[in-house]
Structures are given as C-alpha cells and as structure tokens.
Design a protein around this ligand. Structure first.
Ligand SMILES: [Fe+2]
Length: 287
C-alpha cells in the first residue's frame, strides 16, 4: 500500500502535533488530535490553531470524513467540534473512553450532566477495527497505559499515529500516573507498536525537545535502537521501575482541569446555564 499524505501542525503552547492525513489532493481526509487554544488566565478559547487545519483541508479540496482522537488529552483542549462545524466528519475515539469518563465523572462531580457511555462521540472504535479514508486503510490498535483508552491509528500499514504512547527517541514515553494509567500496560502497548515493520513511520502527539527543533516523525527501527525508555533490551520490570519513579517527580499538567472536562465531552464545552453562560469546575483536593 502507498504512503499516506500527512501534514503536521504544531501547537507551540502545548507542544502538540495535530495531523491531516489524506489520500491525495481533492480526495478524502481525516484530522487527528486537533487543538483548541485556551487562555487559562482569562478562561477564553480561540480557534487560531485549529483554523490552520481547516484552511489546509479547504486549500487541498479535501472531504473530511473523520476527526480522530488518540485519547482524552490532559494537556490541551480538543477542537474536534469546531473542525466538525467547519468541515463535517465524525468525531471518534477508542471505546474505552467510557472507563475514562467514569473515572473523571466522579472527580469532577458530573454525575448529573455526563453519561459515561461514550455517546458524546459520533463513533467508538474497538481494538483491531479497520476503516477507510478514501483510498487509505486505517487500523485501530488499542494501546492502553498512558490512559486506559489510548488508541493508535495505523494507516496503510506504513505509518502509525501513536498518540502519547511513544515520543521521539530522545524524549522516550508518556507518563502513566493518571487515573487508570499503568506502566505495565504501556510497556506491552509499546511492544505491539514496535512489532510493526522496522520501516513504519511513527508520528507522535507531542514533542518536548531539548537542544533541537520540534520533530513529529520517527520510525520503528529508530525507536528500537534509540528510545531512551524502551529501546531493545529493556525489560518490562526495568521500564516499570523507571517510569513509576519518573512519574512521581512530574508536575500535574497545566491544563488538566479544563482539558479533561472538555475532552471527555468529545471537545464540547459544558452545557450553558439558562442565561447561556458556560463554566468549568475546579475540583479541590481531588487531583
Ligand atoms: Fe496525553
């Protein structure tokens, strides 16, 4: 199968890569992990970053079929509803999002407003499911560990959008200390990704470079040789010990409180009150 066309967009504020994947100009496309700008100090959202994806899809005369989330992000808000309003397409995520919704429904006291059944999304993928985007074939891999619901999207068996499972080789892997996270499961998920052919491109959801520019693409072979956390020869026990020790030193992500509340609603802001005002909650002493 041919290489998919991929265009990456970096949100500098959260160091997130969003992607447009497509079969050819004038063809069919999917957006992966779009970012909604959010200013915590003012509580103001903006669509400047997401508009770049919308402009690109229009310039290339693409028909958008899917808006894909790799997981419920804790570091940025999803712009999926804005993208959908502009371009159409179905908003989808892995089916284990229900577990994540159940966990955070209790953290944020959302029992009355949020059903933990995934119905906020247009579609939930199960492990191994395949779908097409025009001439592209996408296979869904459930890769839990960072969260219980992470999925990776393997496109044409040539490229995998790994979410927060693997980062660039010099950055390593994502934290596993969010509720429902597991270093053991992340290690096993990484082994599944590294079992793909050596030449498979891996596209990351974030990059946190030290002393180089942001990069979004590496390969299975490079990860096996050079990933500082999971290169060939590192055992599950050694990884789990390293990961758990490291996670104990990491700060809570700056935007976790707004991000989770919005992202478990498929990127929709909380329902407005009778006067049209929308609010987020700050749970005290729960995170
Ligand atoms: Fe994440």
């Amino acid at each position: 199968m041919s290489q998919p066309c991929v265009r990456a967009f970096l949100d500098q504020d959260s160091e997130t890569f969003s992607y447009v994947i497509y079969d050819h100009s004038g063809g069919r496309a999917a957006v992966i992990d779009p970012v909604l700008d959010f200013n915590y100090h003012s509580g103001r959202t903006a669509t400047t970053t997401a508009q770049q994806l919308v402009d690109f899809v229009r310039e290339q005369s693409l028909t958008l079929e899917w808006i894909l989330e790799t997981h419920a992000h804790a570091d940025h808000l999803s712009a999926a509803p804005f993208i959908q309003q502009q371009l159409g397409g179905r908003i989808a995520i892995g089916e284990h999002i229900r577990d994540v919704q159940g966990i955070f429904q209790r953290v944020f006291g959302l029992e009355k407003e949020l059903l933990p059944d995934g119905s906020q999304f247009d579609y939930l993928f199960h492990d191994g499911e395949q779908f097409s985007v025009g001439e592209l074939t996408v296979r869904v891999m459930h890769v839990p560990g960072h969260t219980p619901a992470d999925v990776a999207y393997v496109v044409n068996e040539q490229a995998v959008f790994a979410g927060d499972t693997l980062f660039m080789p010099d950055v390593g892997t994502a934290r596993c200390d969010f509720p429902g996270g597991s270093a053991e499961r992340l290690y096993q998920s990484v082994q599944q990704l590294l079992a793909l052919p050596d030449g498979t491109d891996i596209y990351v959801c974030h990059d946190y470079p030290k002393g180089r520019e942001h990069e979004c693409r590496t390969t299975v072979a490079q990860q096996k040789q050079h990933n500082i956390h999971v290169h060939d020869g590192i055992s599950q026990d050694a990884f789990v010990t390293m990961r758990n020790e490291r996670d104990a030193t990491l700060a809570v992500p700056r935007l976790i409180v707004p991000s989770i509340q919005v992202n478990i609603r498929a990127g929709h802001l909380p329902e407005p009150d009778e006067q049209g005002r929308r609010y987020l909650k700050v749970p005290l002493n729960r995170l």
